[in-house]
Write a protein that binds this ligand. Structure first.
Ligand code: DGL
Length: 272
């Protein structure tokens, strides 16, 4: 695969756009093929078996686009399917959980880390495994916040209802004296200011998307796959695919990306 080939980035829906956004900012020469599984979102309440099946189909689709590497821009899919899928693939694949865990370990001072994520990510215990794999003395407190996903998808980022729900979800974590909180679901960075307000200034919020883009750049460099800049005057052209609701996806994507999407294509992912 040549270094000018695109990167495949996927999520269960729009959340992974927060990761695509970081990749666009940090490695702007890379061309992205994004897939959002909008017909089957949420993944966070599904079983590992189902998520592995979905991820296999998405990876097959991205392979038809001849991507040189894949980013699993979904915590749930990273937690449940990455270890299985990477054994089946010839191209490099990275997820968001490991980079997020690494940043949290570097960030904490008092050794007490919180993780908020979907039910599946919390139940997988992946964040705890990676964090304690680096330093077994660190304490990790997880809390599933399933309602955050639909609230973000409805655009209720600064709504008093979202704030009330955040206060309820985060009440227990606030009692654990954590100094670092991982936003362990790709939708949650969009609630950053609200969550920050609720947790207070003494708690550092970790967005795994940022570190994932850094890890991707390092990986591409190591494999000599970093894309060269395009000739003067030419722009990188990203592509966007979903399994349903292209119009809604596009409105959301255009509101958060530093890139103007003109066309989102719907594909039948069950066919892959
Ligand atoms: N993108 C998912 C994640 O990061 C959240 C949405 C879902 O449940 O599918 O875990």
């Amino acid at each position: 695969m040549g270094k000018q080939a695109p990167i495949g980035v996927f999520d269960s829906g729009v959340g992974g756009l927060t990761v695509a956004r970081e990749i666009m900012r940090q490695i702007p020469n890379e061309r992205i093929i994004y897939f959002g599984d909008t017909a089957r979102v949420p993944y966070g309440s599904k079983s590992q078996f189902t998520i592995i099946r979905f991820v296999r189909q998405i990876v097959h689709f991205l392979e038809t686009k001849e991507v040189k590497a894949i980013v699993v821009a979904c915590n749930t899919a990273s937690a449940y399917a990455l270890e299985t899928i990477e054994r089946e693939l010839k191209i490099p694949i990275i997820g968001v959980v490991k980079p997020g865990a690494r940043t949290a370990v570097r960030t904490t001072v008092n050794g007490r880390i919180g993780v908020i994520a979907t039910d599946a990510t919390i139940n997988s215990g992946m964040y705890t495994r990676f964090i304690q794999g680096i330093n077994p003395d660190l304490a990790v407190y997880g809390k599933a916040c399933p309602l955050f996903v639909p609230l973000v998808e409805e655009g209720m980022l600064h709504d008093f209802v979202t704030e009330e729900i955040a206060n309820r979800y985060l009440e227990d974590l606030k009692k654990q004296d954590i100094d670092t909180l991982i936003l362990g679901c790709t939708h949650y960075p969009l609630l950053r200011s609200l969550i920050g307000k609720c947790m207070g200034v003494s708690v550092q919020l970790v967005n795994p998307a940022y570190e994932t883009a850094i890890s991707l750049r390092e990986l591409l460099k190591e494999k000599e796959l970093l894309a060269d800049p395009l000739p003067e005057g030419q722009m990188v052209h990203h592509e966007f695919y979903v399994s349903d609701g292209a119009e809604k996806f596009e409105i959301f994507a255009n509101s958060i990306l530093p890139y103007d999407i003109r066309k989102t294509q719907v594909i039948d992912i069950e066919g892959y």
